[in-house]
Design a protein around this ligand. Structure first.
Ligand code: GLU
Length: 492
């Protein structure tokens, strides 16, 4: 048996990080098992149609590195489909659903329902008032096919409902939750086909998973309550059901489902803030799944090797932005200067530190600057909180500690010596940055804290900051000289 799994989003236009994690787990499982991972678009709810949504979602998945083998793909910016089991967009499969729903009607497992919305609302209201759980009362269950067809020909609107037997136990096994048994008395006669001729999710999902030969349905836990209806459909069609794996939700700190109202929830939001795909994906893998040891940093290859459905937890995982930042910083440190500068430049432009037209000319310098700061930022956008030291023209001590350092008795002498060395230097690269302190120490006897700290404060106004020799290189000769002069003139 070849493993075949699918990620089946509705085209809302963005990929919630919970969905990205679902996609990721499907992908990891497929790759590990030497199987296929499919992207199917579930667009049967026409009221929720969003222009360009599919393209956006595919791009987000591509950015994350969670790419599918089969299904809806973007080729040169154009949507196409790849694979032998298409179409992979549900709205292009209407004739298929019609054929199968007709079969159910013929066999007596589904029926036409003509109840108006008003009637359904009334029934629901009454049930609620009687303390019952609202559900369809079966009003149309026994209309004969002939009568129903006459009414349809006369132009009456209808839906098609699943005819569940009374008091019948439906059971299935969920890989994470174990055995689940539900009695049909607790279920509704689910609508399978809507008045607009589109199937509902519940019907289309079964038909498609079967025809696309899906072996494992790995999806969010919100679907587990619907699974019995799906399982019943497999039963009446006489099809073998796939294995079910319902993943726990990603929760916020209050242990509620993470929602858009709480800020960043879309993969796209994190990309826009300059997170690295590896960081986000590595972090998401760990929300809900735990490896056997305490490893926390995983490449995609390692995830593929070590991931297992058995180690996915039953309870929801809390989304912890600090941990995400910690993991992402790891990848920031590892990233190449080219990659980092590409990520950071837009934020520097946005904040007015540089102009778009200056980028080319200053590229090498920007690259050095970003490299110097990469230890100090968790994600790209944070660069704007750290670059100030490279752009300011006046030095002001940031805090009391910095002020105290500027009062040191030997500071004027130290600055004179440093200034002279900078003036004489042909280039103030990293080598200079390292050598200059050794020389000053030898010549003046100033060392350690009395040497590095005053220079750092004089150059930046701050007691903390990036590696000094590297910083000196990025600041450059003229910049350093004018800063030292400023300090000598104004602060001593
Ligand atoms: N279209 C459903 C969704 O939006 C898919 C659920 C499933 O995977 O069966 O999440």
């Amino acid at each position: 048996m070849t493993v075949r799994v699918r990620f089946a989003p509705s085209p809302t236009g963005f990929v919630h990080i919970g969905s990205l994690r679902t996609a990721l787990y499907n992908y990891l499982f497929a790759k590990q098992q030497g199987g296929k991972y499919i992207l199917r678009v579930e667009d049967t709810d026409r009221t929720r149609y969003v222009e360009g949504a599919i393209e956006n979602m595919i791009n987000a998945l591509k950015w994350a590195g969670v790419e599918h083998d089969e299904g809806v793909v973007l080729e040169n910016g154009k949507l196409t489909q790849k694979g032998e089991y298409g179409p992979y967009i549900q709205s292009e499969r209407l004739d298929i659903y019609k054929k199968y729903v007709d079969e159910l009607i013929e066999k007596g497992h589904a029926y036409y329902c003509f109840c108006s919305k008003e009637r359904l609302d009334e029934v629901r209201e009454e049930q609620k008032n009687n303390g019952q759980t609202p559900k369809y009362d079966g009003h149309c269950r026994d209309i004969s096919i002939e009568d129903a067809k006459k009414r349809i020909e006369a132009g009456e609107e209808y839906v098609i409902r699943l005819k569940l037997p009374y008091d019948y136990n439906i059971s299935f096994y969920d890989v994470i939750r174990g055995n689940v048994v539900v009695n049909t008395n607790d279920l509704d006669d689910q609508v399978l086909m809507k008045t607009d001729g589109f199937p509902t999710y519940h019907f289309a999902v079964v038909i498609d998973d079967h025809l696309m030969k899906i072996t494992h349905v790995i999806r969010g836990e919100e679907w587990i309550i619907s699974t019995p209806k799906h399982v019943y459909l497999y039963e009446v069609f006489g099809w073998e059901a796939p294995k079910f794996v319902h993943l726990p939700n990603i929760l916020n700190k209050d242990r509620k489902k993470l929602s858009k109202r709480q800020g960043d929830v879309a993969a796209e939001d994190f990309r826009k803030k300059g997170y690295l795909a590896q960081g986000l994906v590595n972090y998401l893998a760990l929300v809900g799944w735990s490896p056997e040891d305490n490893q926390e940093i995983f490449s995609m290859e390692e995830l593929i090797e070590k991931f297992s459905l058995e180690r996915v937890s039953k309870s929801g995982g809390v989304f912890d932005v600090d941990k995400l930042n910690w993991i992402n910083s790891h990848y920031m440190k590892e990233a190449s200067s080219e990659e980092l500068v590409k990520i950071c430049i837009p934020y520097l432009i946005e904040e007015g530190y540089i102009k778009e037209e200056e980028v080319k000319e200053k590229y090498e310098w920007l690259k050095d600057m970003v490299t110097v700061l990469k230890e100090r930022i968790a994600y790209g956008k944070e660069i704007v909180q750290k670059v100030d030291i490279f752009f300011k023209t006046e030095i002001h001590p940031r805090d009391e500690e910095a002020k105290e350092i500027l009062k040191l008795e030997h500071l004027p002498h130290l600055l004179e010596v440093f200034k002279e060395k900078v003036e004489k230097a042909e280039s103030v690269d990293e080598v200079f940055g390292k050598a200059v302190f050794k020389e000053i120490q030898k010549e003046t006897g100033y060392k350690g804290k009395n040497l590095f700290m005053p220079i750092r404060v004089a150059l930046t106004g701050e007691v903390h900051g990036p590696d000094l020799p590297l910083m000196i290189k990025v600041l450059g000769k003229q910049n350093m000289l004018s800063r030292i002069e400023y300090v000598i003139k104004n602060l001593l």
